[in-house]
Design a protein around this ligand. Sequence first.
Ligand code: NAD
Length: 329
Amino acid sequence: MGKRVLVTGAGGFIGSHLVKRLKKEGCWVRGVDLKYPEFSETEADDFIIGDLRDPYVCKQAVDMKFDEVYQLAADMGGAGYVFIGENDANIMHNSALINLNMVEACYRRNVKRIFYSSSACVYPKYNQEDPKNPNCSEDSAYPAYPDSEYGWEKLFSERLYLAFHRNYGMEVRIARFHNIFGPEGSWNDGREKAPAALCRKVAVAKLKGLDYIEIWGDGKQTRSFLYIDECIDGILKLMRSNWTGPVNIGSEEMVTINQLAEMIMEIAGVKLKIKHIPGPQGVRGRNSDNRLIREKLGWAPSMPLKEGLKITYIWVEEQVKKALSEGRL
Ligand code: NAD
């Protein structure tokens, strides 16, 4: 029989893709989330709709022996959600509760191995002020100074899982994701991130015959973006390795937000002006540093950004077409 696996946050972007991959591998999968996946039917064998802030729901979710648990649930979103200040209390409170409850439920059920999805947002602001030369090596996370409460919560929860590892022998695997993107993620609900948001803006301009798009800030801030399939490869490789982490799972192909927009326009076959407007931006520069993942897993992501963007743009354009035809956009 295949492995028995639990995925919390299985109704979300990364969780729903992970469930599909685990099913392809022949695992029996239980998903848990506040909601079902928005863009396709879940492939999980069992799906619990529940709120993981409630310890009883976590206990129910872990009511049998699982070979692997992937904890992806979090109160999260893109810059328009985490950097505006208004969601800080919810982000910290909700995600910390989920992690406190889940680690306890897993400990009580003697779960041997749990994966925790941390973020590049843990890295200190002072190392990400130069857009050309950010430092995101894993050991640079301390002295800590994340630029958002979202990052502080992630750092706290990394330490929580690591403490259970040290004190109770629980096997934990911790990844710090750097901007994961792809089809079937948020694109227009206030939680979308730069790649999906820019694909939407370009598609809307193209379909409505506008000659410009808007970008928050000067667009000179840098980031790297990792396509979802490679993120899933990385999660599974890390989970099945003997390296605890934390380790970056991200691309090293750093681009400015302006370059990202240009790439998307090229894919869409349009040339649009860019209007820079005030908006939340986060740090000036960020890039994955893949030296540790290469050393520990003998692997690192390699797919060119443009390839993933092509697939994503086609999907977002379809969503935009549908929304326009239904008068939702
Ligand atoms: P997502 O928002 O699509 O998925 C998170 C899921 O958690 C959502 O479906 C949400 O409904 C669920 N959730 C939230 N609160 C819950 C609760 N109280 N009970 C049950 N379910 C709850 O986000 P994602 O992009 O799939 O991210 C997955 C994980 O990876 C998160 O922990 C996120 O912080 C982390 N991460 C993602 C990225 C990225 O670029 N997508 C980057 C860094 C870290």
